[in-house]
Ligand binder design. Structure first.
Ligand code: MG
Length: 462
């Protein structure tokens, strides 16, 4: 009898639905590849992020799919190059406070895909895919698959008090009220001029609450931080603590926030069933200098550029007991997270449109190399560069945000990123066959891209 009972319970257990994993995406804003102690920065103190890296898989070649905020977030949410969704523009670059455009309803976000697979979905932080201030509900995160939202609708510098912009370190810049950053909970405006010194702390509290409230069902928590996009603010506890100045203080508080999220996952008993992916939306804002801007480490240029420093970003995948700790040089991109997560969740990614990502689950769970093929570096709606294997070809180059001139190269530039990640040694003359192969691969990619009207040109006109 006892044997029969055991057999019956074993059969029942076998028939039970496998537990769906939770997903937490931590997206830092404008943090560079060289901004962490675990990525080689000697001044940064990021013990929690370092621990995430030590316990997880650290990517040395992970890419954002754009060099600035809006298109990067669109790529993360849709798994598609932003040029396909109208979320890129050569001149305007990002959605502004006066924008009326936003992520089209026809796009199927990762939140929608996971929600249809039974997931609770929350976003805490900066959306930047539609600006709610203009009361356009179709562009709100709650209309794009999220059940819960707390945060800013756009960047923290986009609605300043009229007048001359203050110098980054001036007293005016340090007055949070001057920036008029509006904080929302869902569609409700909580504070039109939120105290930005409290944001990172409040995001941690909201994240812990969301995790606690949803611990008994699968959840997707998207945490796109406001910082270290300038202006920079840290709470009293962290202000003035870092030798690196305010940038280091902000970094330390973001690191603390990551620690709080991990603590919440552990105290709610869901850490072993949660994949945390940590990355940045684009490279550091080098225009801000070393005081208030980040570092791309040995990589060239930063935010706004398609040189490596603009788009190669930190990447860490953490899932205790499932993802073996280590370091990988497998090339992977933000576009790949959509199909990877959909696969792990048993959810269906859209099949009625071109998707640009590659499923990384074999790399994460079985340590098998995944060849994601050609990766294209777009700046706005134009394809500037492409990577295939170790090789990167540049058709057009432009420096970091603030460099007004794009240079078109009749003879494309070629670099071997495995040997020369700093893109210092141009080798097109030595490898004409490689130039030809990459040019052909890019031509084939272009044939499959039908640009749509950019949403970033729609603005309020008064
Ligand atoms: Mg950004």
């Amino acid at each position: 009898m006892r044997l029969l009972c055991l057999l019956a319970s074993a059969l029942l257990m076998g028939a039970a639905e496998p537990t769906k994993p939770n997903f937490v995406f931590v997206l830092i804003d404008d943090m560079g590849w060289g901004d962490f102690s675990c990525f080689g920065n000697q001044e940064a103190k990021t013990p929690n992020i370092d621990r995430l890296a030590a316990e997880g898989l650290r990517f040395t070649q992970f890419y954002s799919a754009a060099e600035v905020c809006t298109p990067s977030r669109a790529a993360l949410m849709t798994g598609r190059y932003p040029v396909r969704s109208g979320m890129a523009h050569n001149q305007f670059r990002v959605l502004r406070a006066i924008s009326t455009g936003g992520l089209p309803a026809s796009e199927v976000t990762l939140a929608e895909t996971l929600k249809s697979a039974g997931y609770a979905t929350g976003i805490i932080g900066k959306w930047h895919l539609g600006v709610w201030a203009n009361n356009l509900p179709q562009h709100h995160p709650l209309d794009h698959g999220f059940d819960f939202h707390f945060g800013l609708m756009h960047s923290n510098d986009m609605n300043p008090t009229p007048g001359n912009p203050p110098k980054a370190n001036s007293l005016v810049a340090q007055d949070p009220a001057w920036w008029n950053a509006a904080l929302y909970r869902g569609r409700e405006l909580l504070e039109p001029r939120t105290d930005q010194t409290q944001l990172t702390k409040r995001y941690a509290e909201e994240a812990a609450k969301f995790i606690g409230a949803n611990k008994d069902k699968p959840f997707f928590l998207y945490l796109p931080h406001t910082f270290p996009h300038t202006p920079l603010f840290a709470s009293e506890r962290f202000k003035g603590q870092s030798p690196r100045g305010i940038y280091g203080d902000v970094l330390a508080e973001l690191d603390w926030n990551v620690g709080e999220v991990l603590k919440a996952l552990k105290s709610n008993g869901v850490a072993d069933n949660t994949l945390v992916f940590f990355t940045s939306d684009n490279g550091p804002w080098t225009l801000m200098g070393t005081e208030t801007g980040g570092s791309a480490g040995l990589l060239k240029d930063g935010k706004g550029s398609t040189w490596e420093g603009g788009m190669r970003v930190p990447g860490i995948a953490w899932w205790p007991g499932k993802i073996k700790p280590g370091v990988t040089d497998n090339v992977a991109t933000m576009l790949d997270l959509y199909p990877t997560v959909a696969k792990l969740a048993g959810a269906k990614a859209p099949t009625d449109r071109p998707m640009d990502g590659t499923d990384l689950s074999a790399l994460l769970l079985e340590e098998r190399a995944v060849d994601r093929g050609l990766f294209c570096y777009y700046r706005g709606e134009r394809l500037f560069a492409a990577r295939l294997g170790d090789w990167k070809i540049h058709f057009i180059t432009q420096g970091s945000y603030g460099d007004p001139k794009a240079v078109t190269h009749e003879q494309p530039l070629l670099f071997n990123l495995a040997r020369d990640p700093a893109e210092a040694l141009e080798v097109s003359a030595q490898y004409p066959d490689v130039v030809r192969r990459l040019t052909e691969a890019v031509a084939e990619h272009r044939q499959g891209v039908v640009p749509v009207r950019s949403q970033l040109i729609d603005v309020v006109t008064k």
